[in-house]
Design a protein around this ligand. Structure first.
Ligand code: GUN
Length: 284
């Protein structure tokens, strides 16, 4: 029997736990989200984040800036948010317009308010096992995996994709959980044969249904981080993952659906990171 890892339900539980803690804190955590430009997908993400922030009882601070905003103006806003005691978490929505260097903007965020966990200091803390802020999607992915098996020790995890946002941090978290970790990418030779050695397969490629039955060992757990919008044969748009779910799911011990798998976990983990940052800043 395949276990469907229901991210929607697990994320709702996590958000309820956070909401239950807020009245006991004695202060209201604040999350600042910065959106530059009018990218439609980013607008949807930012509005979902704002709604979820208010629902758990946090303060939501939204800055929506025009696409013409200069890098210097954005850096000045980040500096102001760094110094604002009511702001516990800062998230600058990516992608940024092409004239702005995202690396410089991320590096300007106070690492202790970097609820995305993208600052090089937090990447370094994760790699060395120091306490820090961990990227939300990787954290959500591993939480889902642990709904299948609490103890992942000794399992072979293959992570397909090596981005700083998902592939590399998810590999670090799996290593911390005592998996043997292989990171595969576009230059990997015989990807299918490698993936078939995985007890845990994490797909973070960004290509619709790129992994099929030939990539999966019978009884493996599959975490699908992909969210790809495709036009179906009926002309309608739909969301699919990086894994061909219909053909792969029956062979697996556990799998995340798309939508409703990793996606909802990302926002829940963002709220959790905001709570962690807020408590640490007050030495709680
Ligand atoms: N764009 C798509 N996903 C993310 C995310 O997790 N954080 C930020 N800042 N931008 C994104």
């Amino acid at each position: 029997m395949t276990q469907i890892l229901d991210g929607k339900a697990i994320a709702a539980r996590l958000r309820a736990d956070i909401a239950a803690e807020v009245p006991r804190l004695g202060f209201t955590p604040g999350l600042a989200v910065v959106l530059v430009g009018e990218d439609p997908a980013s607008q949807v993400y930012v509005s979902s984040k704002g709604k979820a922030t208010i629902e758990v009882g946090f303060r939501s601070i939204e800055h929506k800036l025009p696409a013409t905003t200069s890098e210097a103006e954005l850096l000045a806003l980040v500096t102001k948010l760094n110094g604002n005691p009511d702001v516990d978490g800062i998230l600058v929505q990516l992608p940024l317009p092409a004239h702005i260097n995202a690396d410089r903007v991320i590096a300007a965020i106070d690492p202790d308010k970097d609820v995305d966990g993208f600052h090089p200091i937090n990447a370094g803390r994760l790699a060395t096992g120091l306490p820090g802020l961990v990227p939300c999607t990787p954290r959500g992915s591993v939480k889902l995996l642990q709904e299948w098996k609490r103890d992942l020790s000794g399992l072979h995890a293959v992570v397909v994709g090596r981005s700083n946002i998902v592939g590399k941090p998810v590999a670090q978290l799996l290593l911390q959980a005592n998996c043997t970790v292989t990171i595969a990418h576009s230059k990997t030779r015989d990807l299918a044969a490698l993936c078939r050695t995985a007890d845990v397969l994490v797909a973070a490629i960004g290509r619709p249904e790129a992994l099929g039955r030939e990539h999966v060992k019978e009884g493996a757990a599959v975490i699908d981080v992909g969210i790809n919008r495709i036009t179906g044969p009926d002309g309608k748009n739909r969301l699919v993952g990086d894994v061909a779910y219909a053909e792969v799911a029956p062979m697996t011990a556990a799998i995340t659906p798309v939508p409703g798998g990793v996606g909802p976990m990302t926002i829940a983990c963002l709220l959790e990171n905001t709570l962690i940052a807020a408590k640490r800043r007050r030495a709680l």
